[in-house]
Design a protein around this ligand. Sequence first.
Ligand code: FAD
Ligand code: NAG
Ligand code: NAG
Ligand code: NAG
Ligand code: NAG
Ligand code: NAG
Ligand code: NAG
Length: 617
Amino acid sequence: MSPSFRALLLAVSFVPAAIAQVTVTNDPDLAVDAGTLETLDFSDAPAPLSLHRPGGIHYACKCLPGESCWPSAQKWNALNTTVNGRLRIHIPPGASCHNSFNGPFGTVNAYDPVKCAEATQNWSNEQWHVEQPGASLWTYFTNDTCRPTTDPNEPCTLGYYGVYVIMANKKQHVKAGIDFARRNNIRLIVRNTGHDFIGRSTGYGALIINMHAFQDITWMNSYTGPGFYHGGAVKIGAGVQANTILAQGHAKNPPRVVVTGECPTVGISGGFIQGGGHGPWTTLKGFSADNVLSFEAITASGQYVTANQYQNPDLFYALKGGGPASFAVILSTTMKTFTDLPSAGATLYINTTHTFDPNVIWNGTAIFHKWSNHFVDNGLYAYFEILPFTFRVRPWVAIGKTKAQLESILQPMLSELDAAGVPYDFESKAFPTFYDLYIDLFEPEAAGDSALTGGWMFNHHDVATNNDGIIEALKTAAAPRSDLFGIIIGHLFNPGYGAPHSNSATHPAWRNATDFVITVLPVPVGSSLAQKADLQNVLTNVMDEALRSASTSGCTYVNEADPYQPNWQSAFWGSEYPKLRALRFKWDPLGVFYAVSTPGTEKWEVIDYGTRLCRRL
Ligand SMILES: Cc1cc2nc3c(=O)[nH]c(=O)nc-3n(C[C@H](O)[C@H](O)[C@H](O)COP(=O)(O)OP(=O)(O)OC[C@H]3O[C@@H](n4cnc5c(N)ncnc54)[C@H](O)[C@@H]3O)c2cc1C
Ligand SMILES: *[C@@H]1O[C@H](CO)[C@@H](O)[C@H](O)[C@H]1NC(C)=O
Ligand SMILES: *[C@@H]1O[C@H](CO)[C@@H](O)[C@H](O)[C@H]1NC(C)=O
Ligand SMILES: *[C@@H]1O[C@H](CO)[C@@H](O)[C@H](O)[C@H]1NC(C)=O
Ligand SMILES: *[C@@H]1O[C@H](CO)[C@@H](O)[C@H](O)[C@H]1NC(C)=O
Ligand SMILES: *[C@@H]1O[C@H](CO)[C@@H](O)[C@H](O)[C@H]1NC(C)=O
Ligand SMILES: *[C@@H]1O[C@H](CO)[C@@H](O)[C@H](O)[C@H]1NC(C)=O
C-alpha cells in the first residue's frame, strides 16, 4: 500500500486534460452529492494491493476476502444500511442441492430439498436464471461450480462468482455500490440478465450490483429531448428484457417496435447495447445502439450523468457499442420506436428426416450461404444453425414484405437446391405484424450449459469471393478434432443496409456485414485446468482461426466472440479503438469497471488460475 504505487498508477493512466468537461445531471434526489460533483474525482480511491511475482512481474490487484485490505464487517454493514438492507451474501443457485456450501466466510449448511427440486427443474430455463441474484446462464465462467446434483455430498464452492450482491432497486443503491468498490479497491460486477457468454457478469471476489429491479418503461409518442428527432421513443430501465418491451409495444395502437435481440430474455440497456446489439430489425434499422437517443448513467467516480448527442457526447458514443462494463453503469436507455409492419417468415430444414449423408447437408448449407448477400441486399434477416446432422434456418424474417415477395427472394436458392438434388423442407408464412412472426417462429433458448464461445463476421466481399472457403471453415469449426464437435449459430443481417452511416462505436466493417456466426465448443463439466486450456486453444487456434482465415475483411462482435483471440482490439472495433481507449482512461482511469478484452484493459489480467484481478505495473 505504498503511496508511490498510487502516484505511479495515476501518472500512468490518468488523462488530466480530459477530465474537466462533464455535464452533471441536476437531480433533486441527490441534493447531498450534487454540490460536489463538478469533475470526475477519484481522489477517494486507495492504492491497490500490490503483488510481486517470482517472474519479476509486479501487479497492482483488487482486494480479496481474507486480505487485510478487504473491508471490515462494519463497513459492509454500513453499505447494507446505505442500500436499505438489500446487500446479500452471494450463494450459487445450485447450493440447495449440496449439504454444505464452502464459501469465503466458512461452511454453511445449504441443503433444501424444495429449493433443490426447483433448481434442478429450472436449470435449463433462462428466465429462472435471470431472476437469480448472480447466476450466469452459461456456466463455464463460474468455473462450473455447484451445479444441481442428486448427490448432496458433492462439494459446493463459490467458484468464480462474486461474494456479495446488492439487489439494487434505486439508483442510489447503484451509486453506493460503485462508490464502495472504488473506495475499497474491490472488484465490481454489474449484473443484468446474466446472459453473457464470456463470463463478464461474474467475477471472483467481486461485489455484484444486480440491476434486474429497474423495470420502468415510459413510452413517448413524440420524443421531446434535445435534437431534431421527434418521432416515437421509449425510455427503458436497465433491467428490462426484450420480450417485455416487445409485448408492451405490440399492445399499442398502432403497434410499436424497438430494435431488440432475437433472444426474448436478453436485456436491452446492459451488455447488449454496450456491445452494439443485433436482432431481426437490424438489417432495416441498424444496431440497437444506432437507435439510442439518450442514456442515464452513473460514472466510475459516482456521478449521475445524462449522455446524448448534446450532453457528454463522448460518453454517449462509447456506451453505444464501445464494450460493456467499461465507461459507466447504465440506468436507462431511451430509444427510437417504429411502427410494426406486416411481415413474412420462412423456415428450411435439412436433417436426418431427409438424409444421413453429411455431404448432402453441407451441399445444402453451401447453396444457402452462397445466396446470403442476396438475402440481406433485399432487406432480410435470417437465423440459422449448424448442428451434427442438421442444417436449419429458422427463420428468415422479411419485415414489411408479403409471403409472395419473400418467396420470390428465396426462389433462386430453392431452385438451386432442387437442381443439386438436395432434399429439404421449406415453409413460408404471412403474419399481421413482425411481433406475430417473432412469437411464432423464434424458439426459446436454453441455459445451464458449459461451453466456450467464439464467432466471426463475413462481409459481402467474403461471401462474394470465397463462399467455398467459408463453408470449409464452417466444416472445421463444426468438427475441429476427431474427438470434438462444434455448433454454429449464424445470423444474416447488414446494419449498413438501413443505417449506412454509423453513429455508434461499433466496428465500421459491420456496415457491409452479411453473416455473423457464433461458434460453440461444449466443455464437459468437471474438466481439469489442462483440459480447459486445450479446449480454449481449439476454439482460438482451430475453430475461429479457420473463420478468420476465410475472411478478408470481416470483424467480430464483442458480445459473442472469443475474448482471447489475437488482436481483439482491431477485431472488435477497428479504427474506432484508439478513441475508445482514450475515453476509457477519461471516464474510468482507475479501472473501477472491468470486463475482459474491453478498451484500455491491456494491462489488466486475472491471475492465479482465474481468481485475482490485477493490473500489471
Ligand atoms: C441465448 C442468448 C441469446 C442472445 N441473443 C443475442 C441477440 O439476438 N443479439 C445480440 O446482440 N446479442 C445476443 N446475445 C448476447 C448478448 O448481447 C450478451 O449476452 C450481453 O452481454 C447480454 O447483456 P445483459 O446485460 O443482458 O447480460 P449480463 O450478463 O447481465 O451483462 C453482460 C455485461 O454487461 C454488463 N452490464 C450489465 N448491465 C449493465 C449496466 N446497466 N451498465 C453497465 N454494464 C452493464 C455486465 O457487467 C457484463 O459485462 C445473446 C446471448 C444469449 C445467451
Ligand atoms: C442486510 O440487511 C438486511 C436487513 O437488515 C439483512 O436481512 C441482511 O442479511 C443484511 N445483509 C448482510 C450481508 O449482512
Ligand atoms: C421452476 O420449477 C417449478 C417446479 O419446481 C415450477 O413450478 C416453476 O414454474 C419453475 N419456475 C420457472 C421460472 O420456470
Ligand atoms: C476451478 O476449477 C478448476 C478445475 O477445472 C479447479 O482446479 C480450481 O480449483 C477451481 N477454482 C475455483 C476458485 O473454484
Ligand atoms: C455436393 O456438391 C458437389 C458439387 O458442388 C458434388 O460434386 C457432390 O457430388 C455433391 N455431393 C453430394 C453428396 O451430393
Ligand atoms: C428435421 O426436419 C423436420 C422438418 O422436415 C423437423 O420437423 C424436425 O424437427 C427436424 N429434426 C430435427 C432433429 O431438427
Ligand atoms: C461493401 O462491399 C461491396 C462488395 O465487396 C463493395 O463494393 C462496397 O464498397 C462495400 N461497402 C462498404 C461500405 O464497405
